[in-house]
Design a protein around this ligand. Structure first.
Ligand SMILES: [Cu+2]
Length: 149
């Protein structure tokens, strides 16, 4: 009985070594991947009823085609906010008719929540970053979103 316990303990120990070894080998390429991807980070906070871009309230988001950028959102307000990127706001449908990336209906943040989004713009243009919660866009919760060549 005692012998069996020791054997099981050894198996468990080997299992831990294998798990640690796998973890070490799998995290090394992931770290390298992350370091190469994050070239630019922009912090965007939301409140009632504005976006603050890298500390500038109502400031524009300026990107270049091909830049991999991570947008870090934080809702510092008291109510729910969302983030959409595009042109031709449809205020009845509460969305952009043309999105620069897939519609970000999933980027909806409750108060104090944070989210990040990493992407690489492929086409230049002047767009908007806006919140489509009822009456927020109308209250001025939008900023210019420039993508230049
Ligand atoms: Cu909002």
């Amino acid at each position: 009985m005692n012998h069996k316990k020791i054997a099981l303990g050894t198996v468990a120990l080997i299992g831990i070594f294998v798990a640690v070894a796998l973890l070490m080998t799998s995290t090394v390429p992931m770290k390298a991947h992350d370091v190469s991807l994050i070239k630019k980070t922009i912090k965007i906070t939301m409140d009632e009823f504005s976006f603050t871009v890298d500390g500038v309230k109502g400031g524009a988001v300026n990107l270049k085609v091909g830049d991999t950028v991570t947008l870090i959102f934080e809702n510092k307000g008291k109510v729910l906010h969302d983030a959409h990127f595009g042109t031709d706001a449809d205020l009845k449908g509460r969305f952009f008719k043309k999105n620069i990336v897939a519609p970000f209906d999933m980027l909806v943040l409750e108060a104090n929540e944070r989210a990040q989004l990493t992407f690489t713009p492929t086409d230049p243009g002047t767009f908007e970053l806006a919140c489509f919660q009822p009456a927020h866009y109308e209250a001025g919760m939008k900023v210019v979103f420039n993508v230049t060549k």
